[in-house]
Design a protein around this ligand. Structure first.
Ligand code: ARG
Ligand code: ZN
Length: 871
């Protein structure tokens, strides 16, 4: 048995100071293939025995041994072609010299699911036994060449106690089951589709099933099951509807049909990420399955729909066609995020979905791309692959697919994906293979476009526009630059598709819209027939994931926020208007509120706009986003300016807010789009009323909290109250706790709301919550809801004059690392932003990173993130 995360060097037995680096360019095809594997599990939470029979085949002409990965496995027995062999793991791995072309290798190991707190491999969660294998968890279950380019057919037999584990699930189709004596039973599952081991899954437990069925486009009937604790069954209806919609959508939009007779989903409460696309047996973090009006917000409902779709879509983009190596992760994740984004847009409001996705990209990916952990969509190297499940690989990766879809057009893109799926079905391939299919299917040359996969950093575009009245011509000059990132300097110009339009200031009319392809460092584009100087609307729909610096006056931005016919551009103009006012306010100490208030009034009273869009348009950018626009982030200045702006807007338009708060009230709950939009707007409006300083604001918020018939309004009101210092704040928090403390997912909201609050004592409150009897380091959702939220609360996290917030987070990272290194490593990036702050704050953040790196027994996960953050 070896310590999981500090692998001793095979030769010397010493622990390396920094973990070895794996490089993309070092890829080699596997020496041995494993076309088939038979697994036999004697399941038990304390001690599970796993027997694995591997049918191995030499790949090519070589005399290298078979090397099997393993981690924390207790080897009980090994044989080759039926003959027992004496072999001991070296650095966790089993090395077997073999003579022939084909052999049968068998191993038996013991593992301890109940003591697996990392939640990788086979682990126990609330009485269940379940697995998580992506990226490298299968080696914690049995000895195997744990890499995605080895595809095997799996036959799985499980045996377990009948009372504790009445339900036994694995990938593929159930083929047999029976009694095993002594209160035990068994089940056999076979998966006909060869798959990489990261897609293996097994679940054993006392589960109830929401059963349904779906008839595919070719008329096959698929049995669908969502497996949860009995009492959670009613909360699975939305997920089931989302699953059926996803299956139909993938047939309609991509021509992709499901391929097995059963499709199962299991919800578990302890999970490192959102969900996992194991073949035929998706395993989910329960927060992405369980929703009902009393406990889940509209955002939760949307997240369930999006994640169910995401994992289902992986059946083609990920499972049928998988990744050759982990550097290709965006091949499946970027593509699948793009697919789930389009699905959600089709199910709801396309403009609002686009605004939400761009906000997410800017909040998560832009800072990553501008910091010490910046990496290309297809990374060149890693120490721990779990650290590369990032916003860059997922969300920027999706933007890269979106740009290709835009360049190819709908028909060309469909031809490209058809070719990709047909050509590579059953293969483990690369991003390059995908791009080539797009080029051939769509008939385009993507040579320069490929830089999106290799160059990190967010491109910046500068625009200047000159109007020549004599020739009635406008010349738009665009230049691009890509910032240096760790290990990458002097980058080449990229392909930036920028949807652009010009507006006539007098008539409000839009002139032609063009898709400008900026491919050089600098390029000019001319527009004829322009009698007067127009207003520039650029990067409409956020057609390229870039930062645009276009000189436009506040007046022009206000004009666009009222008249642009591209909803995203309209939202964007308003955001820019607000950001300009706020950053200038921070710099000069004089806040100019008039233009923002007028623009908000215009949008909030425009009858042509729906409530969901208005809610997006009128809310102020986050403190973090304002900070991202500044050379040096000034958390206090930003907070003060934003609060003052919020107050001014609240007070100036108070009658309007009161009116809207009443108009958006509903007698009963429905998921209908108009009602969802009303709830979204209602919460924004409530925050403006609270900011106005009106005397009855806390009472009004409490009334919304108390009388709500749904969690969206209840949590919205709780969030507003948590920001203040009112007596209602404490009453609401106590009432919320009393009502929901038995529901872990809702209790997460209670922790999160307090960690996100604009309250002067937030650091102390978070510290105390970390000692609360309901807090635990073993549940990732709980950790994220407290510390993840706190680190995202810019003002609170950076407020303590002595760096209290930084110390609190570093202490958490060090305490969590031995328990769950993946989740601990996710908490490092907020400290890695130290270069963005003043010397004093930056120095304190750095000091915490140094304290982390100095820890003797650090995981590979945290070591990589912390050491790179210091470099
Ligand atoms: N493939 C999963 C998804 O995006 C994520 C798995 C991440 N797990 C991990 N240990 N890195 O759907
Ligand atoms: Zn995914």
């Amino acid at each position: 048995m070896i310590d999981a995360h500090i692998l001793p060097d095979a030769e010397t037995g010493t622990v390396p100071a920094t973990p070895p680096v794996i490089r993309r360019e070092d890829y080699k095809a596997p020496d041995w293939l494993v076309p088939e594997i038979a697994l036999d599990f004697r399941l038990d939470a304390e001690r599970t025995e796993v027997t694995a029979r591997l049918y191995v085949e030499r790949n090519g002409d070589h005399d290298r041994p078979l090397v099997l990965d393993g981690e924390e496995l207790d080897l009980l027995f090994a044989s080759v072609d039926g003959d027992p062999v004496e072999v001991a793991p070296e650095g966790g791995r089993l090395i077997l010299p073999l003579d022939g072309a084909k052999h049968v290798v068998e191993t038996r190991v013991a593992i301890a699911p109940a003591r697996n707190s990392q939640l990788m491999g086979l682990y126990a969660s609330g009485g269940l036994l379940c697995t998580q294998c992506e990226a490298e968890g299968f080696r914690r279950i049995t000895f195997f060449p744990d890499r995605p380019d080895i595809l095997s057919r799996y036959a799985v037999r499980m045996e377990a106690d009948k009372t504790l584990y009445p339900v036994l699930l694995s990938n593929g189709d159930p083929v047999a089951n029976g009694e095993a004596g002594e209160g035990r039973h068994w089940a056999q599952w076979n998966d006909p589709f060869p798959k990489p081991c990261y897609l293996f899954a097994l679940v054993a437990g006392d589960l109830a099933c929401n059963a349904d069925s779906f008839t595919t486009m070719s008329g096959r009937e698929v049995r669908l099951g969502i497996w949860v604790r009995e009492e959670d069954l009613p909360a699975t209806r939305h997920a089931m509807a989302a699953l059926r919609n996803s299956m139909a959508w993938d047939e309609r939009v991509y021509g992709r049909e499901y391929d097995l007779d059963v499709f199962n989903i299991v919800a578990v409460s302890d999970f490192n990420f959102g969900a996992m696309e194991n073949k035929g047996l998706n395993i989910f973090n329960s927060r992405y399955i369980l929703v009902d009006p009393d406990t889940a917000t509209d955002l939760d409902y949307d997240a369930v729909e999006g994640v169910v779709a995401h994992e289902y879509f992986h059946n083609w983009s990920g499972n049928r066609v998988t990744c050759r190596d982990w550097f290709q992760l965006s091949l499946k994740e970027g593509l699948t995020v793009y697919r789930d984004q389009c699905f959600s847009a089709d199910m709801g409001s396309e403009p609002v979905k686009r605004i939400e996705d761009v906000r997410l990209l800017r909040a998560g990916q832009f800072p990553e791309d501008a910091g010490p952990l910046a990496h290309p969509v297809r990374p060149e190297s890693y120490m721990e692959i779990s650290n590369f499940y990032t916003a860059t690989v997922y969300n920027k990766g999706a933007e890269v697919i979106r740009m290709m879809a835009q360049i190819l057009g709908p028909e060309g893109f469909r031809k490209g994906t058809d070719l990709y799926f047909a050509r590579h079905d059953g293969q483990a391939v690369t991003c390059e293979d995908f791009v080539r299919a797009m080029e051939e299917g769509g008939g385009v040359d993507l040579t320069q476009f490929r830089l999106w996969y290799s160059q990190a950093g967010t491109p910046r575009v500068a625009a200047t526009m000159i109007h020549d009245p004599e020739h009635r011509r406008v010349t738009l000059t665009l230049s691009q630059s890509i910032p240096d990132t760790p290990g990458q300097a002097n980058k080449k110009p990229m392909v930036l598709p920028l949807r652009t339009a010009l507006f006539d200031r007098q008539s409000g009319q839009r002139r032609e819209e063009r898709l400008l392809m900026l491919t050089g460092a600098e390029q000019s584009f001319t527009f004829e027939g322009m009698t007067s100087a127009p207003v520039l609307s650029i990067n409409r729909g956020f057609s390229a994931p870039v930062i645009v610096d276009a000189p436009r006056t506040q007046d022009e931005l206000a004009f666009l926020s009222a008249h642009d016919d591209d909803p995203f551009a309209r939202y964007e103009a308003m955001q820019q208007l607000m950001v300009n006012a706020l950053t200038e306010g921070v710099a000069s100490g004089e806040l100019e509120t008039g233009a923002v208030i007028e623009a908000i009034r215009t949008s909030a009273t425009d009858p042509s706009l729906d409530d969901a869009f208005v809610a997006e348009a009128i809310r102020l950018p986050s403190e973090a986003y304002i900070g991202d626009q500044m050379l040096v982030v000034d958390p206090q200045g930003i907070h003060d300016a934003r609060e003052a702006m919020q107050q001014a807007i609240g007070a100036a338009l108070e009658p309007l807010w009161r009116d809207l708060h009443q108009r958006t009230a509903r007698p009963a709950f429905s998921l209908e789009a108009g009602d969802k939009g009303a709830r979204k707007l209602r919460n924004v409006v409530l925050s403006y009323i609270a900011a106005s300083g009106a005397e009855d604001a806390a009472a009004l918020a409490f009334a919304q909290f108390d009388g709500a018939h749904n969690m969206t309004e209840r949590q919205g009101a709780l969030g507003v109250l948590a920001n203040g210092m009112s007596a209602e704040r404490e009453r609401a928090l106590a009432a919320f706790y009393d009502r929901y403390h038995g529901n872990a997912l809702v209790l997460d909201k209670w922790f999160q709301t307090q960690a996100l609050a604009c309250h002067p004592d937030t650091v102390e409150i978070v510290r105390a919550l970390g000692r609360h009897s309901d807090f635990t380091l073993t549940n990732p959702n709980r950790v994220r809801s407290l510390y993840g939220a706190f680190a995202a609360n810019q003002w609170a996290f950076h407020s303590g004059g002595a760096g209290e917030g930084y110390r609190l987070l570093a202490d958490l990272i060090l305490a969590l690392d031995p328990i769950n290194p993946q989740t601990a490593a996710r908490m490092v990036p907020p400290l890695g932003r130290w270069r963005r702050f003043d010397v004093e704050r930056g120095g304190r953040m750095r000091a915490e990173l140094e304290r982390i790196v100095a820890q003797p027994k650090l995981s590979r996960d945290v070591m990589e993130q912390a050491s790179k953050s210091l470099a």
